[in-house]
Design a protein around this ligand. Structure first.
Ligand code: PLP
Length: 401
């Protein structure tokens, strides 16, 4: 653990306990170094450059794409489209795929715990195309409701968007049966993998989905970069999302023809250093013993759940044994932001709010929650510090009363 933590410069600050990893993870030296080296040595624009710097930049940029393809077990590198992150990937689909697939009277399904990045682009696409957006409900116990999902599938939705791991709650869904059921009625299935990539091995072929979206900064990589994986036949059939340089084959004032995959969806100069940094992050993750990391994170979450359950006046939300990454709670009668500020004074970074999941918060009947979210580098001692700080808070409000 010590040597792992040493790889993360930001964690070396005294008095910092970083448990806001679902929002963004810290970055290891490898990622920072890969980006620095690009700017120090190789900086040039990619593709079509005659000079050696451009050749080196292109090699590193396309090498990052190849790494990502390996990271998610994509059958082909051209199926990996660089985007700014999950949000842009979802907007790309809600623009391009929706234009191809959605017609008046159609249906789109999004899960109840979806991030606004899934809900809003598809809601707006439904408005544009005269389709209807439905929420896949949760059971009273706090899982995604498979029976209700199957009932919704009777409407033959054109698109189903599933969030593999909820960023707000940390609970997960067994994706394979959901994907298989959606595919059986002919739906195009999109996975929001933003919270999956740092915690679990991803195999898009085994999942059986059509699209998989993720963000670099949630998997130890830089901000401003992520990817959309999609099946070749769908990506080829879809119209471009944005227009400009890079994405064209030929242009006249009357007409343009478009580049092949993946460039057709990558208009303009890409985020080159960020893509290289994301490649380094994927390499870093693939070098870890991912089984042990996942088991360690699971233990931390279990421990946090157990400890919080022992305190009076704490409500936990969808806190299951198989949760991944995050744990949501409130101190009864207290505003979640007050807890966030209290914890910050103890040097503890957690996130408090609606976590970009307002429909989920409405479902839970709360304005927001406190969320602690773990990564490979967190420790039991850090969870102990959170529990101690919350115990202090409970004492403080008790004295105040
Ligand atoms: N989906 C989920 C489940 C998320 O947790 C997030 C970010 O918190 C997003 C989508 C949006 O990701 P980004 O802001 O990196 O585009």
């Amino acid at each position: 653990m010590e040597s792992l933590r040493l790889q993360f410069p930001a964690l070396q600050q005294a008095g910092l306990i970083y448990l806001d990893n679902a929002a963004t993870t810290q970055k290891p030296h490898d990622v920072i170094e890969a980006m620095s080296q690009f700017y120090l040595r190789d900086n040039a624009n990619v593709h079509r450059g005659a000079h050696r710097l451009s050749a080196r930049a292109t090699r590193a940029f396309e090498g990052a794409r190849a790494t990502l393809a390996q990271f998610i077990n994509a059958p082909a590198q051209h199926e990996v489209i660089f985007t700014r992150g999950t949000t842009e990937a979802m907007n790309l689909l809600a623009s391009s795929l929706a234009t191809m697939q959605l017609h008046p009277g159609d249906h789109v399904l999004v899960d109840q715990w979806a991030h606004h990045a899934s809900i809003v682009p598809w809601q707006q696409a439904c408005h544009r195309h005269g389709a209807t957006l439905h929420a896949i409900p949760m059971t009273a116990a706090g899982r995604l409701d498979f029976d209700a999902f199957r009932a919704l599938l009777r409407q033959h939705p054109k698109v189903v968007v599933l969030t593999g791991i909820s960023n707000a709650l940390g609970c997960r869904v067994e994706l394979e049966p959901f994907i298989a059921a959606a595919k059986a009625v002919g739906a195009t299935v999109i996975i929001d993998g933003a919270q999956m990539v740092a915690h679990s091995h991803i195999d898009v072929q085994a999942l059986g989905c059509d699209f998989f979206a993720f963000s670099g900064h949630k998997m130890y990589g830089p901000t401003g970069i992520g990817a959309l994986w999609g099946k070749t036949e769908l990506l080829e059939a879809m119209p471009p999302y944005q227009f400009g340089g890079e994405m064209i084959a030929s242009v006249s004032f009357e007409h343009s023809s478009f580049n092949q995959l993946p460039f057709k969806f990558e208009a303009g100069t890409p985020a080159i250093a960020e893509a290289i940094g994301l490649g380094a992050a994927a390499q870093w993750l693939m070098r870890q013993d991912r089984h042990s990391v996942a088991a360690h994170e699971q233990q931390l979450l279990q421990y946090a759940q157990q400890q919080l359950r022992q305190l009076d006046g704490i409500t936990l939300y969808s806190a299951f044994a198989d949760n991944v990454g995050s744990l949501a709670f409130n101190v009864d009668g207290e505003h979640h932001q007050d807890i966030g500020v209290w914890l910050d004074q103890a040097g503890i970074a957690v996130r408090c709010g609606h976590h970009c999941c307002q429909p989920l918060m409405q479902h839970l009947g709360v304005k927001g929650t406190c969320r602690l979210s773990v990564a490979a580098y967190n420790t039991h001692a850090e969870i102990d510090a959170v529990i101690a700080a919350i115990s202090d808070y409970l004492e403080f409000i008790d004295d105040d009363a």
